[in-house]
Design a protein around this ligand. Sequence first.
Ligand SMILES: NC(=O)c1ccc[n+]([C@@H]2O[C@H](COP(=O)([O-])OP(=O)(O)OC[C@H]3O[C@@H](n4cnc5c(N)ncnc54)[C@H](O)[C@@H]3O)[C@@H](O)[C@H]2O)c1
Length: 365
Amino acid sequence: MPTFLKSFAGKRIFLTGHTGFKGSWLSEWLLGLGGEVWGFSLPPPTTPSLFNRLALKGRLNHRQGDIRDAAALKRALWAARPDYVFHLAAQPIVGAAHQDPKGTWETNVMGTINLLEALRSLRRPCAAVMVTTDKVYRGCPDSRGEDDPFGAIDPYGGSKAAVELAVEAWRNAYFQVPRSARGAFPRVALATARSGNVIGGGDWASDRLLPDCVRALSRGDPIVVRNPRSVRPWQHVLDPLAGYMKLGAELHDALAGHRAGKLAELSGPFNFGPAEEGHRPVREVVAQVLRGWPGRWRKAHLRSPQAEAAELRLDSSKARRLLGWRPRWGFERAVDQTVAWYRGASAPRGAAKMTLAQLGEYTAT
Ligand SMILES: NC(=O)c1ccc[n+]([C@@H]2O[C@H](COP(=O)([O-])OP(=O)(O)OC[C@H]3O[C@@H](n4cnc5c(N)ncnc54)[C@H](O)[C@@H]3O)[C@@H](O)[C@H]2O)c1
């Protein structure tokens, strides 16, 4: 097992968005590592949901709540007294943001600001990783590193770019990193984490490629693909989650050890995308899915109502350089594991078995 995973044993970890796809994987992983998990979220966003399939509600400190409710969020954070915070709660669907941009901004931007405000009142060292996305950048196809300019290719991407700015503003104003070990240390260390297009078992969101494939294949229908040529950075969910955890662990060490230089280096944005080979057109993802689950696909007749970038890329060399993080599962393995999960999940207790088996396999990789 990679050593940084041991940092979470016996620690208090506050998760927002723990009822969602990524949050459920992260909850299961942290529980398996001996972490004490405190979750604050709305109910699972889909039916079925990984959260329910893993029966997580009874295994962690579950609190149902809305991050737009500043007082409720602050109470939950205080009750948890966390060593770590992973902020994943969001309205994360591009199409839904197009339908409801104001609601999306209220959740993504004001929800994050409510959390930042609550973090100001913490009295113990805490490392907070705020999750954004590769869609914070301007819609240019070049491989994008952390310092490339933000933009707003759509209301969802724009909301997450605003989250990046809010985190930077609160860090500069209230959680300032000292210039030397003799300076005053903040109680909270803050970083943001961006991933690419995340795939993995247990996602049932609408308007996402892999869940759309699984729904069509289980009905015996062809998979309908909107933009087969669009290139996206595809990666298995465990890869970015490992990145968030490694970042959290190192931030906490730097904070607790009063290592000013290291803390300054880590208190910023990080990309956790796939290797170059994981940047593939949608049609290659579909072809790989069909190798594991035979069926058909066809192109959609209608064009998507919202603008979509032809190519999105992510440069994750900073995470490699500063954290020693690298993606462990390549493109084919990521898709194959995802398809295997859905196929295995229909058996009794299949979702839990597949999730635990894949977590075990990943940490042994
Ligand atoms: N899945 C991806 O491909 C992907 C890629 C890049 C970034 N992200 C980011 O990762 C995070 C998790 O994404 P996901 O795919 O697990 O999404 P998801 O929709 O499965 O989960 C979202 C979670 O947020 C919670 N939530 C939504 N609105 C809330 C509110 N107002 N108050 C409290 N909780 C609320 C939901 O209940 C759920 O627990 C999001 O921040 C998303 O933007 C996801």
